[in-house]
Ligand binder design. Structure first.
Ligand code: ATP
Ligand code: MG
Length: 260
């Protein structure tokens, strides 16, 4: 179990995936996937390209509905209630997708303020103050008035992370946040994820295919196998380095990269 910065008892898991069977584009991609994420835990999802990592994340985020099984956020079924209830649960999750871009026609500051405008009652001054504080947290204190096009790739990722934090979610879902970054900036992003967990107690479910990143951030990792079409392992990186499956062991022990 992860360290617990807020010191609360972690009775109900923050996230529960139960017996998930998932489709993408109408075709089966994953079956019988189940796991839990504790408060302030970092769970990393790995697996070859096409194994269903992004598909799993989309279902956890509530954007797609599982063919079978359930996703619970703080004990509540993500797909059960009416649209309002589902929205309310989705807002407990800050999401940064693989293709996750900022809205290019808005400044960085407006990008952060938009979700708060839509879903909070904060007045203009409070919105601005919060957006500035978030940008400071991700090391972009001077970027408020800039257009996304004026940022480097690494800065854009950090701004997207700040936007995912706008509604102060207890859970962050990140799909390959380090992709497209040079190793140094990718490492900085990993450090930022850990810092957020430490300071805010945010739990994180993060997709990556880089073992360096897994070692840096994961409390536990979950392996999706493209041939078996399911998760074949879950555990600490050390446990998985000694796993019975040679495919899993190779990935975690060898330290190589999987596909892309
Ligand atoms: N909209 C879609 N329509 C049809 N098939 C899809 C769709 N989205 C995903 N798939 C298929 O579902 C499978 C899983 O895709 P997914 O994007 O979840 O993989 P991934 O593990 O995230 O891969 P990568 O590491 O390349 O990002 C793949 O075979 C993919 O071709
Ligand atoms: Mg993907």
């Amino acid at each position: 179990m992860a360290a617990h910065p807020r010191g609360e008892p972690a009775h109900t898991p923050l996230l529960q995936a139960e017996g998930l069977w998932l489709l993408a584009g109408g075709r089966p991609v994953l079956r019988e996937v189940g796991f839990e994420v504790a408060r302030a835990e970092v769970l990393v999802i790995v697996g070859p390209s096409g194994s269903g990592k992004s598909t799993l994340l989309r279902h956890i985020a509530g954007l797609d509905r599982p063919a079978r099984g359930r996703v619970r956020v703080q004990g509540e079924d993500l797909h059960a209630g009416d649209e309002d209830a589902q929205q309310r649960l989705r807002r407990r999750q800050g999401v940064m997708f693989q293709s996750g871009a900022l809205w290019s026609s808005l400044t960085v500051g407006e990008n952060l303020m938009l979700p708060m405008r839509l879903f909070t009652t904060l007045d203009e001054q409070a919105l601005r103050a919060r957006a500035h504080a978030l940008l400071e947290r991700v090391g972009l204190a001077d970027a408020f008035a800039l257009a996304p096009a004026q940022l480097s790739g690494g800065m854009r990722k950090r701004a997207a992370l700040a936007r995912a934090l706008a509604l102060d979610p207890p859970l962050l879902l990140l799909d390959e946040p380090g992709s497209g970054l040079d190793p140094l900036n990718a490492q900085r992003l990993d450090e930022l994820v850990l810092e957020l967990r430490h300071h805010l107690g945010t739990a994180v479910v993060m997709v990556t295919h880089e073992i360096r990143s897994v070692r840096a951030v994961a409390d536990r990792a979950l392996y999706l196998d493209d041939k078996e079409m399911t998760m074949t392992a879950i555990g600490t990186p050390e446990e998985l380095a000694g796993h019975a499956s040679s495919v899993v062991r190779r990935f975690f022990a060898a330290g190589g990269e999987l596909g892309s």
